[in-house]
Ligand binder design. Structure first.
Ligand SMILES: NC(=O)c1ccc[n+]([C@@H]2O[C@H](COP(=O)([O-])OP(=O)(O)OC[C@H]3O[C@@H](n4cnc5c(N)ncnc54)[C@H](OP(=O)(O)O)[C@@H]3O)[C@@H](O)[C@H]2O)c1
Length: 336
């Protein structure tokens, strides 16, 4: 067994957009496995937008990361040594040990992943947190009905691309936005979206959405917030449902943003419902979501895309790249 463990620590709290100097690669000792503990060798690390909020000093919905500490978050790997009754060598385990090559753990926040369902990287994507976000955040909140129009902002990412595909399974018209022409082509040709636009090349989002959603918007799955949401709210149909999943357009802002005071008026006059959610609220129902997503993958109704960077030392680069929109699908880091 190796005795050292390469980890990525938070070196400084980012101001605005994170820089690689905000992170530090550290070689830490890997302590021996004690009773009730096991060691996992990381195979994939997930980099996720919510981690940006945890790099700030102020508490959001999760505790801030501490400077000089390893960055925690979703990872998946294989047990190499165990003195824990519930885990044995060879088990594939996902947990929150984060940006490091090994984890010594007593199993807190860890669960086994069934590698016969799909490749183990999917434990962090389509069959993991992003997949459950798309499945429950869309179906439970947008409550799609056949023939309705659904707009998904941030449509080419880990969550958004799955939401669009689920919307199609439910018989909806799926309209998406993303930040490159290549992503738009992929949404239309591979993910089955009916229409999509590159938000970096469009000035008037409301006009574009009027063109692409001629019957208005019944369901809005909001990954990004900001001006795209302002435009989407102006096109809501009566009794529309809005799932507020993320606000990534503001995660690196250093001051609060203001927009038109249209949102509440539109909710009122369209008798619409906007609901924020955090995916752990659905944790008790994850087995249902995983089984359904795995079934849809087997039937060829859902496909997923992963963008994989190699080396634990490149995790900050992968994270910053994801915030910049470099990722095509779920951004992962492969370790070892
Ligand atoms: N509520 C929950 O429980 C929950 C759980 C998971 C994720 N989320 C949220 O869901 C959203 C998507 O997460 P994900 O994991 O699927 O990430 P992702 O979409 O795979 O990656 C993030 C994407 O955001 C886009 N982006 C970056 N800056 C932007 C901006 N200023 N305006 C518009 N788009 C921008 C980039 O794509 P472009 O090239 O298109 O710009 C980038 O690829 C995030 O807001 C995240 O916080 C919420």
């Amino acid at each position: 067994m190796p005795t050292t463990n390469r980890q990525i620590h938070l070196a400084a709290r980012p101001v605005g957009f994170p820089m690689e100097s905000d992170f530090r690669l550290v070689e830490a000792p890997l302590p021996a496995c004690g009773d009730g503990q096991f060691i996992v060798k990381t195979q994939y690390i997930s980099v996720d937008p919510y981690m940006r909020g945890r790099m700030n000093e102020m508490k959001g919905y999760a505790e801030p990361f501490q400077i000089g500490q390893v960055i925690t978050g979703g990872s998946v790997g294989t047990v190499t040594e165990s003195k824990h009754p519930g885990f044995k060598p060879g088990d594939v385990v996902q947990g929150m040990w984060g940006w490091q090559e090994y984890a010594l753990t007593a199993g807190e926040m860890c669960s086994k992943f069934d590698p016969t369902l799909a490749p183990i990287s999917t434990a962090l994507g389509v069959l993991g947190m992003p997949g459950m976000t798309a499945y429950f955040g869309f179906l439970d909140i947008c409550k799609p009905k056949a023939g309705e129009t659904v707009f998904v902002s941030g449509a080419a990412g880990a969550v958004g691309s799955l939401v669009g595909q689920i919307a199609k399974i439910k018989g909806c018209r799926a309209v998406g936005s993303a930040g490159t022409d290549e992503k738009i082509e992929y949404l239309l040709k591979e993910d089955g979206f009916d229409a999509a636009f590159n938000y970096k090349k469009v000035n008037d989002y409301a006009a574009k959405l009027r063109e692409l959603c001629p019957k208005g918007i019944d369901g809005y799955f909001d990954n990004v917030g900001g001006p795209q949401s302002d435009a989407a709210f102006s096109l809501l149909n009566p009794f529309a449902r809005i799932s507020i999943c993320g606000q990534i357009s503001m995660y690196n802002s250093t001051a609060p943003e203001v927009g038109p005071r249209l949102v509440l008026t539109m909710l009122l006059i369209r008798q619409a419902t906007a609901t924020g959610f955090l995916v752990p609220q659905f944790a008790a129902r994850y087995p249902e979501g995983i089984a359904q997503m795995a079934q849809w993958i087997k039937e060829g109704k859902i496909h997923y895309r992963e963008d994989i960077m190699d080396g634990v030392e490149n995790t900050p680069k992968a994270f910053i790249g994801m915030l910049n929109g470099n990722n095509k699908g779920k951004q992962l880091v492969r370790v070892g």
